[in-house]
Every structure is written in structure tokens, then in C-alpha cells.
Design a binder for this molecule. Structure first.
Ligand SMILES: Nc1nc2c(c(=O)[nH]1)N[C@H]1C(S)=C(S)[C@@H](COP(=O)(O)O)O[C@H]1N2
Ligand SMILES: [Mo]
Length: 366
């Protein structure tokens, strides 16, 4: 019997055209679950239904022994425990968080990583201290450039051993809506969402909302850490330096109508009026319209859009579809205040970032 030598840590790679999902990718996909799309019905996603993305393992963190070290280019180094963090004014906000890799599994060829379809999203009410208040106490020096946020989780990724860390430029870190959150939906953070404290950067893809936060380090040059300099970037090919991934591109999703076939996930509805609804969000201004197509994107109609739950939280949309008997492909498309909308075909890049192509839902009306 022969065994194939496996590298300790796989390099970044694009799948071969006919390559399926490997057991290793399936293990990743099983750990990192998406939102069940029917949960789009809730304004605020119940904690257990919110998507989860964990690069390594959920670390074993004890809340009572937890401290946060703030240092680097600051005039006062700080060490905060939970009580001290809770003594800052508490801010609560509903925030729609989405993984930058959402939509990756629809790309051809397929970048090999967490194979999300479109459910890597959720909206929770996060409560915590403002990062800007803590930074003001530490006093960034004139040389301050980036604020590096480091978590307690440890692993190896494409050959680089690391604690998960990601930087925010100082100007972003000073935004009054960036939180050091210790509650999700009014309860302590669940282990998988960053207990006891995580960062929330509203409007940005999830990678900067560092969980299991242990340190905040202000640097005097742009951070060269793996998640900043290599992973979360738009790259034309894997050798490209690329551009950093930041704010969330517009996207709309629908609650899948009718009921599903177990094996194919295809939807079945009764012909006649069918109520359709879902959510839409963008990291760049409010959603201004959501359109629906019942013929695979050839023609579009407006839907009714409700006000969003908050500046960086999703908005509900709804409409009624007169379904004729037969097969249909439903599509939904959001447009935001900057005029940005969703493409019909996936925008390809080598790491599968920010694929906000319109959702397509095959439906059989009987
Ligand atoms: N420490 C740490 N923080 C992390 C991650 C991680 O693996 N480790 N994953 C990031 C990514 S890529 C995303 S999309 C969000 C997911 O947050 P959630 O699991 O609470 O939905 O957490 C971010 N924060
Ligand atoms: Mo992510």
C-alpha cells in the first residue's frame, strides 16, 4: 500500500476544473456553518443560526482570567479585565456580518478554501465598549498607522504559524461604531462567536471582527501579518500582492419559497400568488432598491423595501409573485446608495473574495 505524503500546511490553490470537494474541505465546511436561509425571516438572527467562521480551533478561554493588553505606539500601555472594559459606556447596535468568502463555491475555477455558497451572513445585536474610547485612554502617538487586533486562537495557514490577527487602519479604528463586544443578542458571547470579547467592525467583511481578542497593538507601519498582507486581499492570481478586502458589497437573499426536495434542495410551490421576502445589505450606505426576477435575470421588478434595522444592518424586502405552473429561476438583486449593485455573473479573483453575484433559486410551481 502506498500513501501520498501530505504537506504540513497546504499552499493557496485553485481547484482543477473537474475536482470535487475533498474530505478536508468538507471538514472545514461542516465546522463553519452558514445561516439556514429560512432564518432570513428573523430581524435579528438567533445566536445558534448566525453563520460561524473559525480558521483554527475555538480556543479554551476562561472569562474570569481574561485580560486585554493595549500597547505599541501609545503613550499609556493598558491591561483591561472584563470589569474594566464594562466600565466604559456600553453601546448596542444591530450589525449584519458577512464573510468575505461568501459565494466562493460558485466560482469557476474554484479557489480552494471554505466553500461557502451564499449563507455566510447573520445579523446580531452586539453590545460592548467603543474601541475609540479604549484607544483614547491609551493615546496613540503621532507615528500610529495601524491597529493590530489579535485573538487567542492559534494555527498554521499556508505554512505560516500564527495567532489569528488582522489590522484596522487608525482612522477606521477611531470610528465611534467599532465595538469591543462582550454580548451577542443580550447574552454573553457564545464560545464560537468569540467569548469573552470580540471586535465588531460594522460595514466591513467579517475578517477584521477578531474574536477571542487578547491584544491591541498600535503599529508605526502598515501591518504585514498574514491575514492582512496575504489572505484577505483581492488577487488576480496567487502571486499578486492584490488589494485589501474592506467594506461589504451589496447583496440580497430570499427566504427560499415553498418547501424543498431533500436531495436536490429544489423548491416546490403551489401555482398562484406566492409571497417572497428576504433581506438586503451593503457596507456602503443604505440599500436603495431590491429587484426580483422570475426568469433567471432577463427581466426585473421592484420589491417593497422596509427601513433597515440600523446603519449597518440588513433591510427586509417583500413582494408577491404570480407563479405560473412550470419551472422558474428566481433571482434577487440589491442596489445601494453609491449606485453599486450585484452582477449576474460571479466576479472572479484568486482567493474567491466578495462574490456578490445574484442568488439563483430554481423553483417548480405545480
Ligand atoms: N480570532 C479569530 N477571529 C476571527 C476569525 C478567526 O478565525 N479567529 N474569523 C474571522 C472571519 S474570516 C469571520 S467571517 C468572522 C466570523 O464571525 P462569526 O463566526 O461570529 O460569524 O470572524 C472573524 N474573526
Ligand atoms: Mo470570513
Amino acid at each position: 500500500m502506498t500513501t501520498t505524503a501530505r504537506p504540513l500546511s497546504e499552499p493557496g490553490r485553485i481547484a482543477d476544473p473537474d475536482e470535487g470537494i475533498s474530505p478536508a474541505e468538507l471538514a472545514m465546511a461542516g465546522r463553519n456553518h452558514s445561516l439556514l436561509l429560512e432564518a432570513l425571516r428573523y430581524d435579528v438572527t438567533p445566536a445558534g443560526l448566525h453563520y460561524v467562521l473559525v480558521h483554527y480551533d475555538v480556543p479554551d478561554v476562561d472569562g474570569s482570567g481574561w485580560t486585554l493588553a493595549v500597547g505599541g505606539q501609545v503613550t499609556n500601555d493598558l491591561v483591561l479585565d472584563l470589569e474594566r472594559l464594562r466600565s466604559y459606556p456600553a453601546v448596542s447596535a444591530p450589525v449584519t456580518l458577512e464573510c468575505a468568502g461568501n459565494g466562493r463555491a460558485h466560482l469557476r475555477p474554484r479557489p480552494v478554501s471554505q466553500p461557502w455558497l451564499e449563507g455566510a451572513v447573520g445579523t446580531a445585536v452586539w453590545t460592548g465598549a467603543r474601541l475609540s474610547d479604549v484607544l483614547a485612554d491609551a493615546g496613540p502617538t503621532d507615528k500610529a498607522v495601524d491597529v493590530v487586533l489579535t485573538g487567542a486562537d492559534h494555527g498554521i495557514e499556508r505554512g505560516v504559524e500564527q495567532d489569528y490577527a488582522r489590522a484596522l487602519p487608525l482612522a477606521q479604528a477611531r470610528r465611534s461604531d467599532v465595538l469591543l463586544a462582550y454580548e451577542m443578542n443580550g447574552a454573553p458571547l457564545p464560545p464560537q462567536h468569540g467569548f469573552p470579547v470580540r471586535v465588531i467592525v460594522p460595514g466591513w467583511y467579517g475578517m477584521t471582527s477578531v474574536k477571542w481578542l487578547t491584544s491591541i497593538t498600535v503599529t508605526d507601519k502598515p501591518d504585514e501579518g498574514f491575514q492582512n498582507a496575504v489572505a484577505y486581499r483581492f488577487k488576480a492570481d496567487l502571486d499578486d500582492v492584490g488589494e485589501p478586502v474592506t467594506s461589504i458589497a451589496p447583496r440580497a437573499l430570499m427566504v427560499p419559497p415553498g418547501f424543498p426536495d431533500f436531495g436536490s434542495r429544489r423548491r416546490i410551490v403551489e401555482a398562484g400568488p406566492v409571497a417572497l421576502s428576504g433581506r438586503a445589505w451593503s457596507g456602503n450606505g443604505p440599500i436603495t432598491s431590491v429587484d426580483i426576477s422570475t426568469n433567471g435575470g432577463r427581466t426585473w421588478q421592484d420589491t417593497v423595501l422596509e427601513p433597515s434595522l440600523g446603519t449597518h444592518a440588513w433591510a427586509r424586502w417583500s413582494t408577491t409573485w404570480q407563479a405560473a405552473p412550470g419551472n422558474h429561476e428566481l433571482c434577487v438583486r440589491a442596489t445601494d446608495a453609491t449606485g453599486a449593485s450585484q452582477p449576474l455573473e460571479p466576479p472572479w479573483n484568486a482567493q474567491g473574495m466578495a462574490n456578490n453575484a445574484v442568488q439563483r433559486v430554481p423553483v417548480h410551481a405545480r
